[in-house]
Structure formats: structure tokens, C-alpha cells
Design a protein around this ligand. Structure first.
Ligand code: OGA
Ligand code: NM2
Ligand code: ZN
Ligand code: ZN
Length: 405
């Protein structure tokens, strides 16, 4: 039998279709709705009052609560509750003579028991972690021009970045503005101490290890930033014809998870011991000096205990290790295991001119194999960053253009 919610979804506006429900007050603290099929929905009355939808309490133009409470709604009790079948609404009468009504649909969408549904659908699509052998199956590829022209493709690209952690674009023109165009297609480019658009090529007096032709071991960019760059957009204009110059990549969240399963004590050390990440110098000839410093562990979890950020860059790890002496050796053992696992799971591929390699810089360890750079044999990439706040926002506007309604 179809659930009430599905019926409403499928047959909206057919007013003859009604869900019968009964409402009751439990201990004046909760309101319980029992639907005809026996399904129950339960809401704290303080939350109902806090989210009253009447024009005195709610400003429809911005879909937000009005700020008429100084201390919050905790002290107003519900007096009576009933379900109005005709209007398909829960009606609450409060002790201060206020009345609130809530559409059943609205309540169902805010069911506390199904809260994960909202987090997965709207907050962030669940990530799919992958091992080396699953690389091909997780590779999503798009045509550059389609990403620029079609919103549906832009959405697929951003979804792939959020879920798989990387994606490849093909067919970009030989133009240094490609990365800016992609960043602005999403929203806003990120300005950093390396500028907004940066050129990755072998440079004399290189101000960053990435601007050499030596191997660039697995790392994440900018661990030395509190607001670390979200995605890295790397456009290949010229690829080295020498052997090497290939990209390497490992899913850092997959590695963290493997470490957690196989070596929980090491995981705990890398999750908890803070490392000082630093970057001191200046970029190119502009000579604007910088001194970046951010203290954070290698594996960072978010408030839900999900993987949030990996920090790793050997060249940016400060020799000032500001932890108790007794933690140091154990930390190095854990770090060594993490890097062994990361290297064992690293994939390697060589981009061609016109390719744009885009990846989640909070998640993917990435690097590059050594190459020979000479006047006749060059390698030239152009890069830019975009923050995840901007990307998720764009993704949601594409997926839910009527979110406010
Ligand atoms: C970087 C980087 C990869 C490459 O510049 O941080 O990871 O292919 N570059 O040169
Ligand atoms: N670049 C490419 O974190 C880093 O310093 C990695 C960043 C120089 C902007 C390289
Ligand atoms: Zn109200
Ligand atoms: Zn990098």
C-alpha cells in the first residue's frame, strides 16, 4: 500500500484525497500524529512553536523565522492540538492564545526520524570512496563546452566532484582563461597568496615546490590555510613529451577509512595530533611576502563524524612540531602507515592538452611524476581554486531552483 506521503506527492491538488490522522499532546512536550496507516510522526512542541508559519512568526519572502523572540519559545506550552482533515493541517492552540497550523506535507518533510534523507538529498550527496581498482569505474568525463553551455551537464559535473571527488573535462581551448571561466561558471574564483589563476610550470627561482620538474609527491594543496581551497582546477595547455609529467591521485578519505579499519590506533593519532602547516615566501616576481600557518591534524572529521579534510604536504609541514615530546614517535609511525597505504592505492594518468583535471582538494591526495623541461619540451598547466561553499550552493540552486517555495 502506498504511504500517505507518496500519495500526496503523486496526487497533489486532488482535494478528494485526504489522509486521516489524529493528533495528541504527550506530556505537553510533544505532539504525536498518528496516520491512518499507523505511521506516527512526533514533534517537540517547542520546535513547533519556534517554527510557527503564521505571518506574525514567519516572513514568507525570505522563508525565515521572524526574530520576535528574545529568549526563544521554550516557555509557551501547547494547550490543545487537533488534525484538520479538510485542510490537511495540524492545528495547535497555545497557552498564550496564539494559534498555529502546519501542513501535513510540511511536517512530513521535517520528520525527525527521517532526518538523514534531507542531509543526503540537500546538504551533501553521500560520497562514494574508491580504491585503486575502482578508479576506472569512478571516472566521470565531460566535454568542456557542454559544462559551459548546459546547466544539466554543469550539475552532473559538480555532482561527480562531490560524490567521486574528481572529474575530467576534455576539449578545452588552448587559452589561459579556461580555469577562470570554469570557476566563474560555478560562481567565484578563490583568491589566495598565489593569485587567483596560477601557472604550474618549471620556473627559475621557483617560489613553490610545485613549480619544479622534480617529482611532486602525494599532497593536498594549502594545508596551511584555515579556509583551504575546495577544488583544484588544473588545465593542461602543454604536456611534456618526455616520460613523466603524469598525475598521481589517491582517494584520501578511502585511505583514512582503511586506516581506521585496519589500524585504529594509528587512525586515532592522525585524527587527533595537530600538525603545524606553513608556507613562508612570496609568489613569483610580485614579491608580496606571505607567512601562512595553520594547525590541524592529517585527518579532520566534521560534526557528524564524517571525513571532512585531509592535510598532507611534506614540503609544507613545519619542523616546529608543537606537541608533547611523547607523541612524536608514535605520530611518525602512524603517518608512515598512512603514506604507505596512500601510495599503494595511487593511480597514475597523463593528461593531454585540452584536458582539465578537477578534484576535491579536501579529499584527494594528488601529485605528479618528474619530467624533463627544456626549451623544446615544455609542460604548462594553469590552475585555479573554488571553495566548496560556492560549489554546494551552485549544486543546490541547480537541483532545487524552487527551494524557497
Ligand atoms: C600543484 C599540483 C600537479 C601537476 O601544482 O599543486 O599538484 O600536474 N600540480 O603539475
Ligand atoms: N600552488 C600550485 O599547497 C601548495 O603550496 C601546493 C599550490 C603553488 C598554488 C601548490
Ligand atoms: Zn505564529
Ligand atoms: Zn597540488
Amino acid at each position: 500500500m502506498l504511504s500517505c506521503r507518496r500519495l500526496i506527492g503523486q496526487l497533489a491538488n486532488r482535494s478528494q484525497l485526504r489522509c486521516y490522522a489524529t493528533a495528541r499532546l504527550l506530556d505537553q512536550r510533544y505532539v504525536e500524529l498518528t496516520q491512518k496507516n499507523g505511521e506516527q510522526l512526533k514533534y517537540p512542541s517547542v520546535w513547533l512553536r519556534d517554527n510557527c508559519q503564521c505571518p506574525d512568526c514567519f516572513y514568507a519572502a525570505t522563508s525565515t523565522r521572524k526574530s520576535n523572540w528574545e529568549r526563544g519559545p521554550l516557555n509557551v506550552r501547547a494547550e490543545t492540538v487537533r488534525f484538520d482533515v479538510q485542510r490537511q493541517q495540524l492545528i495547535v492552540h497555545w497557552q498564550d492564545a496564539h494559534e498555529s497550523s502546519y501542513d501535513l506535507n510540511w511536517l512530513q518533510e521535517r520528520d525527525f526520524a527521517s532526518r538523514q534523507r534531507y542531509l543526503d538529498a540537500v546538504y551533501k550527496p553521500p560520497m562514494q570512496l574508491w580504491s585503486k581498482t575502482e578508479f576506472a569505474a569512478n571516472t566521470c568525463e565531460f566535454a568542456y563546452k557542454d559544462v559551459l553551455k548546459q546547466d544539466a551537464v554543469l550539475l552532473q559535473w559538480l555532482e561527480a566532484l562531490a560524490v567521486k571527488g574528481f572529474a575530467l573535462l576534455h576539449g578545452a581551448p588552448n587559452d589561459v582563461h579556461v580555469v577562470r571561466q570554469l570557476a566563474e561558471r560555478i560562481g567565484y574564483i578563490k583568491h589566495t597568496t598565489y593569485g587567483d589563476v596560477f601557472e604550474v610550470k618549471s620556473k627559475p627561482n621557483a617560489g613553490n615546490y610545485a613549480y619544479l620538474m622534480t617529482p611532486l609527491p602525494l599532497h593536498t594543496d594549502m594545508p596551511y590555510y584555515e579556509y583551504k581551497a575546495g577544488i583544484n582546477i588544473l588545465h593542461t595547455l602543454v604536456q611534456s613529451e618526455s616520460p613523466g609529467g603524469s598525475n598521481t591521485m589517491t582517494d584520501g578519505f578511502y585511505i583514512a577509512d582503511k586506516l581506521r579499519r585496519e589500524h585504529p590506533a594509528y587512525f586515532e593519532l592522525l585524527r587527533s595530533v595537530p600538525v603545524n602547516w606553513f608556507d613562508i615566501g612570496h609568489d613569483g616576481d610580485a614579491k608580496k611576502p606571505f607567512h601562512s600557518l595553520w594547525r590541524a591534524p592529517i585527518i579532520c572529521l566534521d560534526v557528524d563524524g564524517q571525513y571532512a579534510r585531509i592535510n598532507q604536504n611534506t614540503t609544507k609541514r613545519d619542523s616546529r612540531f608543537s606537541v608533547p615530546l611523547e607523541q612524536v614517535v608514535a605520530w611518525y609511525e602512524a603517518y608512515d602507515m598512512f603514506m604507505q597505504l596512500a601510495q599503494a592505492e595511487a593511480v597514475e594518468f597523463k593528461t593531454r592538452p585540452g584536458d582539465v583535471f578537477v578534484f576535491n582538494n579536501l579529499r584527494m591526495l594528488h601529485g605528479r611524476t618528474a619530467y624533463e623541461d627544456s626549451p623544446e619540451n615544455k609542460r604548462h598547466l594553469v590552475g585555479a581554486y573554488v571553495d566548496w561553499d560556492i560549489i554546494y550552493s551552485k549544486l543546490r540552486t541547480l537541483k532545487f531552483p524552487n527551494a524557497k517555495d
